[in-house]
Design a protein around this ligand. Structure first.
Ligand SMILES: C[S@@+](CC[C@H](N)C(=O)[O-])C[C@H]1O[C@@H](n2cnc3c(N)ncnc32)[C@H](O)[C@@H]1O
Length: 369
């Protein structure tokens, strides 16, 4: 991450005293591999040397997130002193920190996230600054309600960086990754009634098949759905490993052979279970429903001349954003929108491979309101 030092970043001179920490899980060797073993990465304030070391290797330290397209977002949304900015997807606060720096003095940042654990951590990190910020555990579909609670009739910037954070993907307990062993949870918001396991064990074969096709373009959607329904008659599908194994079986692949072939091809071939996990996550969190609602209310939440910018990582989301902004221009709610989608350059992708599929679009509200 290109960290720009600002008054927000400066925690005062001198090394803080190191507190005694509780005993940590022990592991053999010098290179921690599991999430739990990476205790230093979870506490970068105490181990600052680790962050620089990992970032130089192009690795995101566990428990952190590298913000994408930061300069491009700032150039298009033009945050200025005094602006009111709503960061709809606070995450680790990378974009929020940059907004805060640019809207001071007199500006105000309102940060939303559905993930209580991450919201608390980021709030603590950002509240250690002098800028004005407030935080809400809220789905961005409820943006209008949040503005009413803040007694605001509108804001200057609405920003959303869709999808999941690295912290959520890397934590095995969240069940978001086919790479990690864990419960098949996949909820960003633990107040949601249904986990990924609940959905997989309840939906019909047709519903699963449609979700895999429509939300992730999974070519083997029918076979995978069939396999899921057949397996759940024998046992409940509750772990990430079960789902991964099931996808390999449905595709007629052997995991060991697949790994060898991928290594030989030296390509970034998509993991066979990647699309299935993506579809299930989008479904569990109703990600498209929330985005549709955000796009619907956004024009009425922006002040005249206000800007909206959205980063998406999925073609279905990008299509919704593009269409909504273009419709807005046609109907006169937006004065302008991005002609071309903004994507990361090779340098950003090299240093942060997770940015590779990012697509950023923006629009400007008309000035008469
Ligand atoms: C890609 S991360 C954002 C990263 C952030 N821009 C940063 O710089 O650290 C997406 C975050 O948005 C949250 N999120 C996803 N969908 C949401 C929704 N509908 N409403 C509120 N928060 C949401 C996730 O919990 C996650 O923390």
């Amino acid at each position: 991450m290109d960290v720009q030092m600002s008054k927000l970043d400066q925690s005062g001179g001198g090394d803080p005293p190191r507190e005694r920490r509780a005993r940590r899980p022990r592991y053999r060797g010098t290179h921690p591999t599991s999430y739990a073993q990476k205790y230093k990465e979870h506490d970068l304030a105490a181990y600052p040397e680790i962050e620089a070391h990992l970032r130089a290797k192009g690795t995101t330290p566990a428990g952190t997130h590298v913000p994408v397209l930061v300069e491009e977002v700032m150039a298009c949304l033009r945050p200025a002193p005094g602006d009111i900015v709503v960061d709809c997807t606070l995450g680790y606060g990378g974009h929020a920190r940059e907004f805060l720096r640019r809207i001071a003095p007199g500006g105000r940042l309102i940060g939303l996230d559905v993930d209580a654990a991450e919201l608390d951590r980021t709030r603590a990190r950002l509240e250690a600054t002098e800028a004005t910020a407030s935080f809400h555990r809220s789905n961005f579909a409820g943006l209008a309600k949040v503005l009413r609670r803040e007694k605001l009739d509108g804001c200057d910037i609405i920003f959303a960086d869709l999808g999941v954070s690295s912290m959520q993907i890397d934590d095995p307990q969240r069940g978001m990754s086919y790479r990690q062993q864990g419960p098949l949870d996949l909820r960003m918001d633990d107040r949601l009634q249904q986990t990924g396991a609940d959905l997989l064990n309840r939906l019909s074969e047709e519903e699963i098949s449609q979700a895999l096709w429509k939300l992730a373009d999974e070519p083997d959607h029918g076979t995978i759905a069939h396999q899921i329904v057949a397996r759940r008659r024998v046992e409940r599908i509750a772990r990430t490993t079960q789902l991964v194994q099931l996808v390999f079986e449905a595709k007629g692949l052997d995991p060991k052979t697949w790994r060898q072939q991928r290594r030989a091809a030296e390509s970034g071939a998509l993991h066979p279970a990647a699309r299935t996990f993506q579809a299930l996550r989008i479904l569990v969190n109703d990600e498209l429903g929330a985005l549709r609602e955000l796009l619907r209310v956004a024009p009425s939440c922006l002040r005249p001349g206000g800007r909206i910018g959205i980063i998406s990582f999925h073609s279905g989301e990008d299509r919704l954003v593009k269409q909504s902004f273009r419709d807005g221009v046609r109907h006169g709610t937006y004065a302008a929108t991005a002609e071309e989608v903004v994507t990361p350059g090779p340098q950003e992708i090299g240093s942060n491979p997770r940015s590779a599929s990012a697509k950023f679009r923006w629009a400007v509200a008309t000035s008469q309101g």
